[in-house]
Design a protein around this ligand. Sequence first.
Ligand code: APR
Length: 320
Amino acid sequence: MARDKIALIGSGQIGGTLAHLIGLKELGDVVMFDIAEGVPQGKALDIAQSSPVDGFDAHYTGANSYEALDNAKVCIVTAGVPRKPGMSRDDLLSINLKVMEQVGAGIKKYAPDAFVICITNPLDAMVWALQKASGLPHKKVVGMAGVLDSARFRYFLADEFNVSVEDVTAFVLGGHGDTMVPLVKYSTVAGIPLPDLVKMGWTSQARLDEIVDRTRNGGAEIVNLLKTGSAFYAPAASAIAMAESYLKDKKRVLPCAAYLNGEYSVKDMYVGVPVVIGAKGVERVVEIELAGKDREAFDKSVGAVQGLVDACKKIAPDLL
Ligand code: APR
């Protein structure tokens, strides 16, 4: 059986980590694309040379021309500029919007049947722009945010409770960023919801609030430490989980920035919600009932995403 082709559009920090993980997990052959000459070629060769040591078979190429995307089954987009300390994800909007227009046109021409995962920030607005620019069906274009946000939440919770990360599940909704909505009542340790764990004396409500806050600012914490860029190991691992669910038709339920057309009372926008990812792309949006404070927080988050999408529409009216 021929191997699937996975195109990485953007071969920087996240792109390189994606390429390595794809090999280690034997998910397919990899094409690394970037505007920087030599970078995708160099990283592709370097990773390919690690394959005999780690014992995986995958073909790696690097390219500076969109033709290389031809027939890709999955495209993962990280092209653009990452944050520097003091910058919000939203500060990246106008630069990365132009990049999404170029990348969308490239995908439209060479990989119109691909499943496309966008990672470039500000995520919810960039995935919206990428879908418009590529013209691909909404269910084939998703954004990676929720898997990362919930992974951060799970990690902090596992650390707090001194239990395995594998036994902690977390549920997050909303836009990627400070307005994201971690739903504590749907987040569990071995099926026990967090509010019950507070009652059981495993932690206090105040500690839980601190963890939620740290999760919301999880990206900024790393930007401030690195000083020269943003997180890349966990974002790459998160996108790989989404790609794997598509390629293997696993139908995993993963929180992603997905297109909503009435679900959660949101129209024509990409917002973080749990979805089922299988061979058809986004096969189902999981719609839970939201009330009270959770609804308020979700609506606030949607409002923030709407503001970014409106800004995109002003800068690039042709995208509509
Ligand atoms: N087309 C293709 N590649 C581009 C373009 C473009 N128009 N513009 C920039 N790039 C490339 C850069 O040359 C660089 O190699 O995108 C790559 C981005 O890599 P990094 O700067 O290392 O950024 P990274 O940490 O990988 O993050 C990428 O993901 O999480 C988000 O906020 C983050 O938007 C950022 C993106």
